[in-house]
Design a protein around this ligand. Structure first.
Ligand code: NAX
Ligand code: ADP
Ligand code: K
Length: 505
């Protein structure tokens, strides 16, 4: 699905209102109803709910939510924050519709601030997508008071004070929500690690925004859903044979890190590779043959490190390189040779990324349209230089992918996949159980297998990252997030593929 900017969200709003011939208050009612539906499932009517409303339509939504929750027997206290002379039209209409029993309190100065306690239940409806400057003054005081109270805060559409799609200036106060309930589509800000403390758990509720508008609007930001990847996966044909599913080569493992090769190899085989050859240094031969009997093993002439490419390198359909490799001089030379000579697609991870990053000459040799890099944020910085914040990182991602005409899966909680056209796809699966050594090696194996099966490089990134996260999500119910290991992720790849191979409900 696409991600829209604040401006595009406003346009989607206007298009829907016009297309359906409804009023903007009708859409506000719909949005508030969707929010209240979520809220009712989460919080008991015995709660006293404190709703803080700003002057715009976000505050307007808050007023409608107040009315709806009052009808549903919640105790509600409404606070109108700031001067009341510049409120939006829909805010004013809904203020008039507020039942008499709900006498709002005004907060214009510090003396008006209420005393919230830890057990308070708060709805933050100060600002949404219309925020156009950092929050200061009385609004900031309200936000600081909410944050310091320790109350359970649910933000309506956006945590107030947080910019929807650009870096929030440092001087602005921002609500630290426990939950953020947003409309129709997730917002870019929700997907960035630097915003975790503000956004909390986020949820999206549908409000019937025009699907036509959303499908036609130009956006190069996407959020990968199960439906998106379900369309990509290709079931096997009855008369197919192993030759049709690619012969993958993995150049992985060094002394003390042969396990990385084992993990990548097992993941590659569990992701449908027709044939797999793994080249390891001599020290890894017995390990590989024992741990992964399905893989063919080539041994490097070096005892501890990769030092040369296999002589039959042309026979492979895809080459995955990097996990556990080390950055010895001999290995650097071999990676240089790989970039300069091979014509197959390459999946470049870990130390192979570090080697490429260390040399502008190697970067210049990257074959166009043939490379997938799978860096974690540190490795990415080695490639592009220090980044200032998560938006800057995204900008670098786009620029690197377009300059080198490559794909990058920038790993993290919502792994961001950059393409040579400058598109970015955020992944929706995975959990903190993946924050453990070796899970990146698994991802290299998965993506290498998919490229070998003739998925396009973009498809292999989208599908591979999604499946890898889904396997971890499925592993949660048996091993939980604390005990999860990279091997658990491999063990759940079969379930993940089966899950995706089923018809969508
Ligand atoms: N398309 C959608 O998704 C829908 C959005 N709706 C709601 O409408 C909201 C957007 O409403 P608006 O465009 O009125 O914007 P907001 O209500 O987010 O804020 C705009 C108001 O706040 C003022 N303001 C902005 N930054 C400020 C600051 N730092 N300090 C003090 N005042 C500031 C502006 O001058 C304006 O009066 C959404 O977040 C959502 O809650 C719904 O009502 C309907 C459907
Ligand atoms: N908190 C998290 N939530 C979801 N996924 C995570 C989280 N932390 C790490 N991951 C995923 O785990 C993998 C870690 O890869 P990497 O850092 O290369 O590990 P290693 O090099 O040890 O194999 C990536 O796919 C990343 O997206
Ligand atoms: K809000």
């Amino acid at each position: 699905m696409k991600l829209l900017s604040a401006e595009q969200t406003r346009a989607a709003d206007a298009y829907t209102i016009q297309g359906e011939g409804i009023s903007s208050t009708d859409l506000m009612e719909r949005a508030a109803r969707a929010f209240a539906g979520w809220f009712e499932n989460k919080f008991q009517p015995s709660e006293q709910v404190h709703i803080f409303c700003g002057p715009g339509n976000n505050g307007g939504d808050g007023l409608v939510v107040a009315r709806l929750l009052h009808e549903r027997t919640y105790g509600v206290q409404v606070y109108l924050v700031g001067e009341q002379d510049k409120t939006s039209q829909d805010f004013s209409i809904n203020l008039k519709r507020l039942p008499e029993a709900l006498q709002p309190k005004h907060i214009a100065k510090s003396a008006d601030l209420p005393a919230l306690v830890k057990s308070s239940c708060v709805i933050d409806a100060l600002f949404g997508t219309g925020l156009n400057r950092p929050v200061t003054g009385i609004f900031a005081q309200v936000i600081n008071m909410m944050n310091e109270s320790g109350a359970t805060i649910t933000s309506l559409d956006m945590p107030s004070g947080l910019y929807t799609d650009s870096q929030t200036p440092e001087e602005g106060a921002i609500v630290q929500a426990n939950h953020t309930v947003s409309f129709e589509l997730p917002k870019l800000a929700f997907l960035l690690p630097q915003h975790e403390q503000f956004v909390g758990d986020w949820h999206v509720v549908p409000i019937g925004l025009s699907q036509q508008f959303i499908s036609e609007v130009a956006s190069d930001l996407y959020f990968t859903t199960q439906q998106d990847v379900h369309q990509l996966i290709r079931p096997r044909k009855k008369f197919s044979h192993k030759g049709l599913y690619g012969h993958a080569l993995l150049l992985c493992g060094g002394y003390g890190k042969i396990g990385a090769a084992v993990l990548a190899a097992r993941a590659c085989l569990r992701s449908g590779a027709g044939l797999l050859t793994v080249q390891v240094p001599q020290a890894g031969y017995t390990v590989l043959q024992t741990a992964v009997p399905e893989a063919m093993t080539l041994t490097d002439k070096h005892r501890k490190h990769l030092s040369a490419l296999p002589s039959n390198i042309d026979t492979f359909d895809v080459i995955g390189v990097g996990p556990g490799l080390g950055t010895e001089r001999v290995t650097k030379t071999a990676v240089g040779q790989l970039l300069a000579t091979v014509s197959q697609p390459l999946v470049i991870d870990a130390d192979a990324i570090n080697i490429v990053a260390s040399s502008d000459k190697l970067k210049a040799q990257l074959p166009k349209g043939k490379v997938i890099f799978t860096p974690h944020p540190k490795e990415f910085e080695r490639l592009v230089g220090k980044v200032k914040n998560d938006y800057d990182r995204l900008q670098h991602l786009r620029e690197f992918c377009t300059e080198y005409q490559c794909y990058v899966t920038l790993k993290g909680s919502h792994t961001a996949i950059g393409t040579p056209e400058g598109k970015v796809y955020f992944n929706s699966t995975g959990n903190s159980g993946l924050a453990t050594g070796g899970t990146g090696d698994v991802l290299t194996g998965v993506i290498t297998a998919l490229v070998g099966q003739q998925y396009s490089l973009e498809e292999a990134c989208l599908l591979g990252v999604y499946i890898h996260g889904l396997a971890a999500d499925l592993a949660l119910s048996t091993v939980g997030s604390i005990a999860m290991t990279a091997s658990d992720v491999i063990d759940h790849l079969p379930k993940a593929f089966m899950h995706l191979n089923q018809p969508m409900p």
